[in-house]
Design a protein around this ligand. Structure first.
Ligand SMILES: [Ca+2]
Length: 485
């Protein structure tokens, strides 16, 4: 697919009074005359001076117009949270139409989180392009932010969305930063901004939705779309996680009681999908507005979640784990002019969105950021920009994966898990203790140490005095705890 800039002049208009009947030509002048020599000389001088400017004007229609950017970031959206990404249960008609036209990164991740509110480091990395161990760049306000880079390139920028558990100081670097509280109001804020600025400047529209984060808000008509008894239960569902992963009873994990039951989980899934459908409805309103204002064909759309979420997998409910169906694995889709249709297994981080958008819009990528532009993958010039994906959660969990193997290390309990993702995508069989995989375990551990060194992660992978891996749920647990985590 090639990029076709919108022509500066949409129509070649010829007034009817100037049109000639077919086959007729303009008659030659009936007579000619010669100007005096001195006057002819002056005419040539004036023409020589004026021609370059005229030529430059004539060249204008070939200069590509900067595309608009619509960045849809949902809160706690899993990589299977959109129908067109392979989920037959969730209803997302508007997002499906976009995803079907775009390029989906199936191995996209949050780089890591140093606190339980995974949203905060994730969004900080998205807005700075710097990873959590980069103390010079991460969230300290000393680097150029994503909106600042686009603003310097001429964009009008707006963020409407979640305020809680969010780097609000960084968000203030958007021209407009609004708290819409829900998808309906966030979409309305974005729509008003489109009407105000479309056609005057390229637009950077960032909807950072509150949904589908618990309590999975949606109006009743969306809840009625899903029946708990129809909800699928994941193949790696467990009533309780088998060991203490270092963050086993945090708030997110208390949104349902222990032991997990299929009935409780089905109710939560139904609410989760309802909240996604509600978000989808209002994404549709934004798309409709872009179409009505003639901006849609010149808009690059990015669809992502700020972090993933376990929904019963391994007995977990939160994003404070590094399983594939956990907190770090996220959806990421690019759609729009110049972007091919399809899927890629290339590894990507959410923070890569920033330099990728810069490259796609001809905007300078700020120096000193850790993120990498995915534009070479989008353009089909390269199959990958990384050989592996490293993820982390506090000092309690580290993971490294390549296209087949994944190692998870729990340093506080000196425990490892090795999974063959090619044959075991649900991480059901731990091969770390399997004698036949001793070499692979050693190799992946070495790769993990290499990644730690690369990114400046100094956390130890082994404890001298390991904690007890056994755990018991609290006797008293409050169901459906809510908050901005
Ligand atoms: Ca989140």
């Amino acid at each position: 697919m090639t990029y076709h800039p919108r022509p500066l002049f949409r129509h070649r208009f010829v007034p009817a009074s100037c049109a000639l009947p077919r086959g007729e030509r303009l008659a030659a002048p009936a007579a000619s005359f010669r100007l005096p020599a001195l006057v002819r000389l002056w005419v040539w001088v004036i023409l020589a001076l004026a021609l370059p400017a005229v030529a430059a004007d004539l060249a204008l229609p070939t200069v590509p117009k900067k595309p608009n950017i619509l960045f849809l970031l949902a809160d706690d959206l899993r990589p299977d949270g959109i129908g067109a990404l392979g989920n037959p249960f969730v209803k997302t008609p508007n997002l499906d139409k976009l995803v079907e036209r775009g390029l989906a990164f199936r191995h996209a991740y949050v780089f890591g989180a140093h606190i339980g509110s995974v949203c905060v480091p994730s969004r900080t990395m998205i807005y700075t392009g710097c990873q959590v161990f980069n103390h010079k760049g991460y969230g300290n306000g000393q680097t150029t932010t994503f909106p600042q880079a686009l603003k310097a390139a001429g964009y009008a920028t707006i963020r409407s969305g979640k305020f809680g558990a969010n780097p609000n100081d960084l968000c203030k670097t958007f021209d407009v930063h609004l708290n819409g509280y829900n998808s309906e109001k966030n979409a309305s804020n974005i729509i008003a901004f489109i009407h105000e600025h479309a056609g005057k400047q390229p637009l950077f529209l960032h909807m950072a939705s509150n949904e589908p984060h618990d309590p999975q808000f949606a109006p009743p008509e969306f809840y009625s779309l899903y029946k708990p008894e129809d909800m699928p239960i994941p193949p790696n569902f467990r009533a309780q996680h088998p060991f203490d992963n270092g963050e086993i009873i945090i708030r997110d994990e208390q949104t349902l009681p222990w032991p997990r039951t299929r009935a409780d989980l089905a109710g939560k899934l139904a609410r989760y999908y309802a909240s996604i459908s509600y978000w989808d409805e209002h994404v549709g309103r934004i798309i409709q507005t872009l179409k009505e204002t003639g901006e849609f064909e010149n808009t690059i759309i990015i669809i992502a979640g700020d972090n993933g979420l376990s929904l019963g997998e391994q007995g977990l409910l939160g994003k404070q784990n590094v399983y594939e169906f956990g907190g770090m694995h996220v959806p990421l889709v690019f759609v729009g002019p110049g972007i091919p249709k399809g899927k890629t297994d290339a590894f990507a981080y959410l923070m890569d969105i920033f330099p990728t958008v810069c490259e796609l819009t001809g905007t300078a990528i700020p120096a000193g950021i850790d993120a990498k532009s995915l534009a070479p993958i989008i353009a089909g010039k390269s199959a990958k920009v990384r050989d592996y994906a490293f993820t982390s959660y506090t000092d309690a969990q580290r993971a490294i994966r390549d296209q087949r193997w994944k190692l998870i290390r729990y340093p506080k309990i000196n425990f490892s898990q090795l999974f063959d993702l090619q044959n075991d995508p649900h991480e059901l069989t731990n091969l770390a203790e399997h004698p036949a995989q001793a070499g692979k375990l050693k190799q992946m551990m070495a790769l993990l140490q290499q990644a730690q060194q690369q990114y400046g992660d100094t956390a130890p992978l082994t404890s001298e005095h390991p904690l007890d891996a056994k755990w018991s749920p609290p006797v008293k647990t409050a169901a459906a705890k809510t908050g901005p985590l």
